[in-house]
Each structure stands twice: as C-alpha cells, then as structure tokens.
Design a protein around this ligand. Structure first.
Ligand SMILES: Cc1ncc(COP(=O)(O)O)c(C=O)c1O
Length: 413
C-alpha cells in the first residue's frame, strides 16, 4: 500500500547530490542532471574491487558477474521490464538508436515506410534516415505550428500498411510537451507498425513503465536521471530476438541482450545505475510509502512532479506576465501535460544574450536547438539563435527560480 505524504524534504534530497553544494544554480538539467553520491560510490566501488573480466570460473570474476547482472535487474525494475534480458545498455541513447537501426537494416525492403517527427531530438531521427540506403521511405509527422502539438489526425493520415516503424519522443526536450505514446502505440500497432520511443526528456520526471507505454522500443539516458553517461534501450523480448545480431558470428541470435551489445556493457557504469533505483526507493520510503520498490519509486516521482510543477509554474507566471517574452510550448502546468522544461524567446534579443547575462550570476541555463534542429527550423526560430531553455529538476528550489526570475527581469525589463 502506498500512503505517501507528497512533500519532499529538499535539504535531504540535495544532500544526495554533492555538486549542489556550490553556488551554481543548475537549471540545465535536461542537458544533464547532477549525479547521486550513491551512484558515484558504486562506480568507484566496482572499479576498486571488481575490475576483472566476467565469465571466468574464479571467485572474483563470478562475483563481478553477479554485480553486473544485479545492475540489469535493477534497471529492469526501474523501467518495469517483464524480463531483465530485454534491457540493452550502452554509451548513449544516440548510439543505442544507431545500434537499433543497424540491427533493423537487413530487414528493410524498398518502399518500407518509417514515420519520424520533426519535434524529436535527432537521436530518434538520424538512425532511421540512414535506412533510406536500403530503400526505406521516410515520412515526417510535422508539428502543428499554431498549437505546437503533434496531431493524431496527422499521424492517422501518414499511417499505411507499408509503415514498419513510428519513431516518437515521449516528451519534447524543447517544448516540454508530453506525447500520448500509448495512443500512438495503439494506432501504430493497428496499422501493423512498431513504435520506438525516445524517453530521454521524460524519464527524469515520471516513473517509466515500458509495458504501460505500449512501445516496442523505449530508450533513455542515465545522465539525465541522476546517473552516469550511459543509457538503456528496452525492447520487447520477441522483437529483440528477431533483430539481427550486432555481435560476433559465434554469439547466438537468441542471446539477448548480448547480441545487441557488441563489446558488452560498461560494467562499472551499469553497477553505478543501481544507485538510481536505490535513491528513488529511499525517497519513496521517506515519503511514507510501504509498498513494493516500484510503488516507492512512484511515490517519489509523484512528489517530484508536484514540486517540479510548482517551480515551473513560478517561472511560467513570470514569463506570461512579461510582454516581451514568447513561451515556446504550453504556457502553463495546469493541464499536467508538460515537463518542467521551459523554452522561450525575448523580443529583440538573441537568445544567447539572455543566457550570457545569466552566466554572470552563476545561473546555468542555455540556448540553441538542443539537437531538435528540425523543430527549431520548422518554427523559424534559428535566426534568433534558437530558444532559451530552463530545465528544472526535483532538487531545484523556489529560491533558485526566484534568483533566475530576478535576473531575467533585470535583463528583459
Ligand atoms: C530528448 C533527447 N533525446 C535524446 C538525447 C540524446 O541522448 P544521448 O546524449 O544519451 O545520446 C537527448 C540529449 O540531450 C535528448 O534530450
């Protein structure tokens, strides 16, 4: 049973992240979050006690193997995978997406169609476009320039029996919008296509549930979720088994996830990731949850969401009030349909100038296209240097948002 009292103890939370002790206001969290001490401790522990090759018969090798397997199991719980061998890990979401599309390539026939959006980070577009070499036809699901949403009617029009894959982001790393992936999965499946979801901008803010998502492939990066520079790609077991191997010829086609992890996983970073689940479970326990590990994690994320929404609304309230500001995305958290990643432009100012002003006060935000280049181009925002993006994490404080707002107001007037 979950009886969580949804109020975060921010002092306790911030003490988990040693880097937060400096004077910087970290508001570029969608670029990369701060790292938990417990993650760093585990990485260090693994390196200093378990640096042996796996798979040998001597005790240390066996023990190291147990640690790396425990890491995969921990990630499986974090994402609610039905089987831990559905968990593929690798260097980054970008590289895992390239690996995925390479494993799909031999099955592509001329005329096969793939739908990508023009709101995604390029990580979930680039690999798909390379399938054109095998004759695939790329179709673009375009953002509605007025509402900044991806309309399901547009997807309906693009779907056809020739579509093999739809690639979509769970949440936009620029707009903050959360996309209805379960609905999209149902539509894609009804048309005989599969869905590949980029959840990099989603996973730091909501508890991932790969099964509930309806997706066939679901990927995100741990360095945005309080962990190391490392990433996970989950796939339904039957699908992973059907993909072509990226590993040596003598690694069997049925050996998942290894056949998709050439050179194997990074042992110490995998082990470090256990710290993420540990942390979320502890936060849930502190909030009063007495349920399963995932129920505790859910309690943690419920409290994160409430806190992050309050911080985002504090910022959005200011941005809405200033006539010179144009918010690029949904301008309120009211509908619960946005992440605390807030992009905006200032009339008559290059976005870089706004960010440079904040540098002077040790407030870390940034500007640009955030590798969602096609979105920024489609909205015609490149000339001003893209958007200014403020991306909030659960460890940020109201005082930090006030400090940002004060300096923004000074600059914008
Ligand atoms: C939405 C989104 N997808 C994918 C990526 C790429 O992740 P990685 O750096 O792990 O390749 C990012 C990185 O910023 C992102 O924001």
């Amino acid at each position: 049973m979950t009886t969580a009292e949804p109020t975060l103890n921010l002092n306790q939370i911030r003490a988990e992240f040693p880097a937060l002790n400096d004077d910087c206001v970290y508001l570029d969290n969608a670029g990369g979050s701060q790292v938990l001490r417990r993650v760093a401790d585990r990485v260090s522990d693994y390196l200093l006690t378990s640096s042996v090759q796996l798979g040998a018969s001597y005790a240390q090798s066996q023990q190291a193997g147990v640690k790396v397997l425990a890491a995969r199991q921990s990630v499986a719980t974090l994402i609610n995978a039905a089987h831990d061998d559905e968990v593929v890990m690798g260097g980054s979401t970008t590289s895992l997406m390239f690996q995925l599309t390479q494993a799909i390539l031999p099955d592509i026939r001329p005329g096969d169609e793939i739908i990508v959006t023009n709101t995604d980070h390029e990580a979930n577009i680039g690999g798909w476009t390379r399938l054109k070499t095998a004759g695939a036809v790329l179709k673009i699901w375009e953002v509605n320039p007025l509402t900044l949403a991806l309309d399901l009617q547009d997807l309906e029009r693009l779907l056809s029996p020739r579509v093999k894959w739809v690639a979509l982001t769970h949440a936009s790393n620029v707009l903050g919008t959360i996309n209805p992936v379960a609905q999209v999965a149902a539509m894609a499946h009804a048309a005989g296509a599969r869905l590949c979801v980029d959840a990099v901008a989603y996973a730091p803010h909501r508890l991932v549930d790969v099964q509930a998502s309806g997706a066939d492939i679901y990927a995100f990066s741990f360095y945005k979720v309080f962990g190391p520079h490392y990433a996970v790609l989950w796939g339904k077991r039957d699908l992973l088994l059907s993909l072509h191997s990226l590993n040596h010829f003598f690694i069997g086609e049925n050996v998942i996830p290894y056949k998709l992890q050439p050179g194997n996983v990074n042992y110490e970073l995998s082990y470090g990731c256990i710290g993420i689940s540990d942390y979320l479970t502890c936060v849930g326990t502190d909030l009063g949850s007495t349920g399963t590990a995932r129920q505790k994690m859910q309690a943690a994320f419920d409290a994160f969401e409430k806190h992050e929404d309050a911080l985002a609304e504090r910022l959005l309230t200011y941005l809405r009030s200033n006539k010179a500001v144009r918010i690029i995305g949904v301008d309120s958290t009211a509908a619960g349909a946005r992440m605390p990643t807030v992009s905006f432009m200032v009339a008559g100012q290059m976005s870089e100038a706004v960010v440079r002003h904040m540098d002077r006060f040790n407030i870390g935000i940034r500007f640009g296209d955030f590798y969602a280049r096609r979105l920024i181009d489609a909205l015609g925002l490149q000339a001003q240097g893209g958007v200014v993006r403020v991306s909030i994490a659960h460890y940020n404080t109201p005082e930090e948002i006030d400090r940002l707002v004060q300096h923004l107001d000074e600059f914008i007037g």
